[in-house]
Design a protein around this ligand. Structure first.
Ligand SMILES: [Zn+2]
Length: 1037
């Protein structure tokens, strides 16, 4: 992405009073906050089984060191690319805990950078197709490098660059426009010291709570990362008045008494829509080959095709940065989280090859003798192919006789291309009985449909709707690729405060009901005939689904049980010795006398107090145990809730959120208005590709390891991630910490191995491998950051943290960390410039928008106007989300529809999520993956209203319009096709809400305009950016 001339008129006062709005929210936090993926007590790392112990490199002693080239990812060699990056002087001292000697530490004063620096800068600029150009070819001679910038093509899709400010900076030392940073002037205050003066000093600013602050670096530490980057110097410091800082979070003192705010041009600050568009222009429609270590993939929003050439597709794994810092000290200094977001079952587009399945028969997959890593492209064959060295622990193992193969002149096995486990990043192994429970092959999984038939659900028509839908939906149960029919078995339960089981054995003429009224000791009253093959029992099941709505038509029972329902499903799986999923359709808080009975504990008085966290905590006891038992059995729970009031979702969703399940919620459900929305969700959910009874292990090469995991998961120990099921939309986020120094030469490897049962009942191992770069230059790390992944990590850590501490602390830590990450870049990587310039790393320039949006989400907003259940629901949903989903959730698409070309196939370009982008005569579609709005300006022309609604004017558009009428004109057709394409693409269905400008329901829509000040007190993007800039300046002075 090219650098931009962001020049902003300073909108805020540097004076303290103006900042009052933030002081309550962002002041120094408690000395020991609990929220700490940094600084918190290190997670206990219990001694892993011997097979997992990382060994130091020297443990390979006795082995002749492999040839230098074998240190690299063989795929790099395979593709003929030079594996070496630009030459980097060796790190002189890389002892753990001590800063490495800087390779370049002589930058005491700004001056023309030596050739080596320019070479480095060139490599920073992403001139190649993907990733770093310098990795694909040796660096050009220095002399040409200095010239090259001016031959670079102009930036594509470039936003506003203020004329007049650009040219003075285009000096011969300027790198090409595609610079790794963006800058903008934010205030007129000059820095107290000469810019470079601060380079070698520690930040004197108050360290963020719990982070330990920036470590006092030893002499020379600031240097290594710190040769000045010459890019991004557009826009001189701007002088001017600095009016007050508006915007405050709830609970903070009333904002500002400062002078009126000066209007700032919103186009001058970094734009997400622009970043997305630029990436699409750059990478859209192209093939992305995964053959290069540490290359940064296109954005999640870009349409591209992946070719697996040795690293897992970014659809499976994304990383917060693709260059890890070499040492723990560097990691601590920059505070950029090191994490991967893994979506093991991500759906692949049709034009990408499905994963190969490798079958080694009874021998099973080949694994490292010591760390048990699976055979993969990072294993190095030596000794004529008789042995291989593990890329993770360096242990050398014998190649089993059946697997032996000769090496070619490159040292590569001659069967390289015939074996997916040697040549691609993602593949599967057929697991042997050793990988099965009790050494027995698993049975195919089962789906049990459990329908609450209490008064509300019957009366609303929901029960009938579900039964009717199941008749067709059961034809579409997931099946193995190529299989004629699904192997998944089905079963049916209805319940209110007692449970009814149904025998639907194929030989019966009529289904039989068996009632269990003792919900304290749940058991399944029948084994034979409860879980059946749908194809065999279709007639009986049809019969049952026809009868259920009538059987309960006259019910008066309004009380329900809940935990016993899950227990019943679990017992059925136990009896059938299978895993599977429960689909529970439930309406109310379970108040009937039974285990797991709940009572209303919603208390708005707790908002903005120390006890607010209790609203998010599930009730302990029954549900906690049930979660564990479900995970052991491989029983995933999907909950469809139809509440008309508070149901204690935090507790009711506890089991789903630990078993890889999903929770869907339809407030005040009405069949006419919400039926289609619910059915779309149900259809997607039932048909999803999914694996059951899963256990995942993330292995890493020496020097770092996975320390924390976030997702719809369960963990019994610190390394094994257990998931009763994992579907194509679930992702878990894995955080890494250093154990030791990492080597720039060897890089860092990650292997995610997921053992699971297929929908066919086959035990398999799905392996995803990813190789990352390592660098002792912080600049390299910042260049390789991925903002969308970072924000996924921050969302999950923050949403977990609010279980244990006040929201205020969590928000403070988010802001502090944002400022520290950016300040560290400014200090160590950016070229000297006036303090009034806000300088952002190019890869993170829209990070503040996302961060501000995250802090304005319902879970992190202490507002009594928000529903406790809705907040808990969002918190839990996000925990299982992948990068695509969090990106969209935190920055919705706002698509103008009024001026598009109805004959064009293309989707109109989205605009920024701000009221300023709306037009009174316009029509806009907004969606964030969970909500969808069609917004109509009050001056919408009658032709537009006529085309869309077949009504003469907007005034005729009254009441709820559940769906757009199907009208035969180009605009109507085009809008409906855009909407259905979006619904198809997203994991969840969305209910289209039509709002008119200035109508009351418009407030619902406005909360998604995330660049604006929020209704509940969150600040605007502009204000947040100014605040962060002020924090950065404090850190730097
Ligand atoms: Zn190993």
């Amino acid at each position: 992405m090219s650098q931009q001339g962001y020049v902003a008129t300073p909108p805020y006062s540097q004076a303290q009073p103006g900042m009052g709005g933030y002081q309550g929210g962002f002041g120094p936090g408690p000395a020991q906050p609990l929220y700490g993926h940094y600084g918190g007590p290190a997670q206990a790392f219990t001694a892993p089984p011997t097979g997992l112990m990382k060994s130091p490199v020297t443990s390979a002693a006795g082995m002749p060191p492999p040839p230098a080239s074998s240190q690299y990812n063989p795929n790099v060699q395979q593709n003929g690319a030079h594996p070496q990056r630009y030459p980097v002087p060796p790190v002189v001292s890389s002892t753990y805990g001590q800063p490495p000697q800087p390779p370049y530490n002589s930058m005491a004063s700004p001056g023309p950078p030596p050739a080596q620096q320019l070479t480095n800068q060139m490599s920073a600029m992403n001139l190649g197709n993907y990733g770093q150009a310098s990795m694909q070819s040796p660096p050009p001679p220095a002399s040409t490098v200095a010239q090259q910038p001016f031959q670079a093509p102009p930036p594509v899709g470039h936003p506003q660059m203020l004329p007049g400010l650009q040219s003075p900076h285009m000096s011969p030392q300027m790198p090409p426009p595609q610079s790794p940073q963006a800058s903008m002037s934010m205030t007129g205050q000059p820095m107290a010291a000469p810019p470079m003066g601060g380079m070698g000093r520690p930040f004197p600013g108050a360290p963020p709570p719990g982070l330990g602050g920036f470590q006092q670096p030893g002499p020379g530490v600031a240097g290594p990362q710190g040769y000045p980057q010459q890019a991004g110097q557009f826009g001189g410091p701007m002088a001017g008045p600095q009016p007050g800082m508006p915007g405050a979070f709830p609970g903070a003192p009333a904002p500002m008494a400062g002078p009126p705010q000066k209007k700032l041009d919103p186009d001058s600050i970094p734009s997400i829509t622009q970043v997305i568009e630029d990436d699409q222009v750059k990478h859209g429609g192209q093939v992305y080959s995964t053959n290069i270590r540490g290359q940064v993939p296109p954005l999640v929003t870009t349409d591209f095709t992946v070719q697996d050439q040795g690293n897992a597709s970014p659809r499976f794994i994304r990383s917060t940065t693709y260059t890890l810092p070499c040492t723990a000290d560097l990691a601590k200094q920059c505070q950029v989280p090191l994490a991967s977001i893994i979506r093991p079952f991500a759906s692949l587009p049709k034009n990408e090859a499905p994963l190969y399945v490798v079958n080694h028969g009874e021998t099973g997959p080949i694994r490292c003798n010591r760390c048990k890593a699976y055979m993969c492209p990072y294993m190095q064959f030596i000794d004529g192919g008789r042995r291989y060295q593990c890329g993770f622990c360096n242990c050398v193992s014998e190649v089993p006789a059946f697997y032996f193969q000769h090496l070619d002149h490159m040292g590569r096995r001659v069967d390289f291309y015939e074996r997916p486990e040697l040549s691609v990043g993602s593949y599967e192994f057929v697991a042997t009985l050793d990988y099965c429970k009790n050494n027995k092959p698993p049975n195919p999984p089962a789906y049990i449909f459990m329908i609450d038939v209490s008064y509300n659900n019957v009366k609303s028509g929901l029960v009938k709707l579900i039964c009717d839908e199941l008749k067709t939906l059961l034809e579409k149960l997931p099946r193995e690729e190529g299989a004629e029919s699904s192997a998944v078995k089905v079963g049916f339960v209805t319940y209110n405060k007692i449970l009814h089981f149904y025998n639907v054995k194929s030989t019966l003429a009529q289904p039989q009901m068996m009632v269990v009224s003792d919900t304290a000791e749940m058991f399944v009253p029948l084994l034979d005939g409860f879980l059946v093959n749908y194809q065999d029992s279709r007639a009986v099941i049809y019969n049952l689904l026809d009868q259920i709505p009538d059987m309960f038509a006259d019910t008066n029972e309004s009380e329900t049980v809940f935990a016993p329902v899950i227990q019943a499903g679990l017992e059925a799986f136990k009896a059938a010795e299978c895993s599977g999923k429960l689909f529970v359709f439930h309406s109310s808080m379970p108040t009937a006398e039974a285990p797991g009975k709940l009572k209303n504990r919603d208390d708005k008085k707790l908002i903005n107090t120390e006890k607010e966290k209790t609203l998010f905590q599930p009730q302990k006891g029954v549900y906690e145990q049930l979660s564990k038992d479900c995970v052991v059995q491989g029983c995933c729970v999907d909950l469809f809730l139809f509440p008309s009031q508070y149901v204690d979702l935090a507790t009711m969703a506890d089991v789903p959120s630990h078993t890889g399940g999903s929770v869907y919620k339809y407030n005040n459900f009405q069949v006419e208005t919400d039926g289609e929305h619910f059915l779309r969700d149900l259809r997607k959910d039932v048909q999803k590709s999914i694996g059951f009874d899963a256990i995942m292990r993330v292995r890493t090469s020496t020097g770092f390891r996975a320390t924390d995991f976030f997702g719809a998961i369960h963990m019994n120990n610190t390394t094994d991630v257990e998931m009763a099921a994992v579907d194509c939309d679930k992702a878990l986020t894995v955080e890494y910490k250093h154990d030791d120094a990492l080597s720039e030469e060897t890089g860092a490897f990650i292997q995610c191995a997921l053992l699971y049962t297929t929908v066919n009942g086959q035990r398999r191992l799905r392996i995803h491998n990813l190789s990352l770069n390592c660098s002792s230059q912080l600049l390299e790390l910042y260049k390789s950051c991925e903002t969308d992944s970072l924000i996924n990590f921050f969302a999950k850590t923050a949403y977990r943290a609010i279980l244990n501490q006040p929201l205020k602390n969590v928000r403070e830590i988010l802001v502090n960390q944002t400022a520290h990450m950016l300040a560290c870049y400014r200090k160590n990587c950016a070229s000297p410039s006036a303090a009034s310039q806000l300088i952002l790393p190019d890869a993170m320039k829209v990070f503040p928008v996302y961060m501000n949006s995250l802090m304005k989400t319902a879970p992190l907003m202490g507002s009594t106007e928000l529903s406790t259940d809705d907040r808990a629901h969002q918190r839990l949903s996000v925990m299982g989300m992948g990068v695509e989903d969090t990106q969209l959730l935190l920055y919705p698409r706002l698509i103008p529809l009024h001026n598009m070309d109805a004959s064009s196939e293309a989707l109109p370009a989205p605009v920024r999520c701000s009221e300023e982008r709306l037009a009174d005569s316009g029509m806009f579609l907004l969606e964030n993956g969970h909500s969808m709005f069609l917004w109509l300006g009050q001056a919408s022309p009658p032709e537009l209203v006529q085309s869309m609604f077949n009504l003469p004017s907007l005034a005729h558009l009254q009441g709820h319009v559940p769906a757009l009428p199907e009208l035969d004109n180009p605009l109507s057709k085009k809008v409906r096709s855009i909407i259905s394409a979006l619904l198809e693409k997203r994991p969840n269905s969305m209910k289209l809400q039509i709002v008119r400008q200035r109508d009351k329901p418009e407030v619902l829509f406005r909360q998604f305009l995330v660049e604006d000040k929020s209704l509940h007190g969150g600040s605007s993007y502009m204000d947040f950016l100014c605040y962060v800039h002020r924090e950065i300046r404090q850190l730097l002075t």
